[in-house]
Write a new protein. Structure first.
Length: 262
């Protein structure tokens, strides 16, 4: 990829509760060293994890309810309100659980729903977890995930023309304008979006969560094996760390910043 090639943000999403509904955002303020505000702020513990909210440390996703193993989560429609910390969960259009995640009673209401309805998958009592500004990301670093829509189109071709919903990849930023797979070569590069700067730190290795259709909640594709067969790896998308504050939004240009001459 040359530094003259730019992309455009077509979608911007956060995931307040790990494994639950993506929430679209028109614009958001990025802060150095942080995720999108409230991204993966909460998780639902699946069996004792040893997570200490007073001294939060990264835990592998297997410790939580997650789409990689619990595809029924995609059948829930959740919404989180920042002002009230209220999580509302709907199924088939009906409210099935609601609670303030910063109160014991609110967390208990959410936990009770999962205890009653996710019993086959549970390894212990479900527990809503949070910890200061901790993010329950799949990686220990605080990152922003980016998916190139042209790479998804390439996957559709690999699958014989089968449509692939972009939200299977649960990214923060979706972009168009880059050639398919060119984003994988950006590790170590800096992306400029307005005043914000993001350093690309890692490719994203895809897991079975991408096999789950976010609309039907059916596990109906085999995306990681397909990537492996065609590309020799299971990478799709990139992680980037915010290294300079700035506001970003849908429609903004993403440019690969040219290295400064020393």
């Amino acid at each position: 990829m040359t530094t003259s090639q730019t992309a455009e943000i077509t979608g911007l999403y956060r995931y307040p509760i790990k494994g639950l509904t993506p929430e679209p955002l028109p614009r958001v303020n990025l802060r150095t060293g942080q995720t999108l505000p409230a991204d993966r702020r909460y998780a639902i513990e699946n069996g004792p994890s040893g997570f200490d909210p007073e001294a939060p440390e990264w835990k592998p996703k297997i410790q939580f309810l997650m789409l990689a193993r619990n595809e029924r989560l995609a059948g829930l429609d959740s919404r989180f309100e920042d002002a009230t910390n209220q999580l509302t969960i709907r199924k088939d259009g009906q409210i099935v659980a609601s609670g303030d995640l910063e109160t014991a009673a609110g967390r208990a209401a959410i936990e009770d729903y999962f205890a009653k309805n996710f019993q086959p998958e549970l390894k212990g009592p479900p527990k809503v977890l949070s910890g200061r500004d901790h993010s329950f990301s799949d990686v220990a670093r605080k990152v922003v995930s980016i998916i190139n829509l042209e790479s998804i189109r390439a996957i559709e071709t690999m699958l014989g023309g089968t449509a692939v919903h972009p939200l299977r990849f649960r990214a923060n930023l979706y972009v168009k304008g880059w050639p398919a797979w060119s984003e994988l070569d950006l590790v170590g590069q800096t992306l400029a979006i307005g005043q914000a700067r993001l350093k690309v730190v890692k490719r994203i290795v895809r897991c079975p969560a991408t096999n789950v259709d976010p609309v039907t909640a059916k596990r109906d594709l085999e995306i990681p094996p397909t990537l492996s067969r065609h590309l020799g790896h299971m990478d799709c998308g990139i992680y980037a760390e915010v290294i300079a504050d700035g506001e970003i939004g849908v429609g903004d240009t993403v440019a690969v910043e040219e290295p400064r001459l020393v």
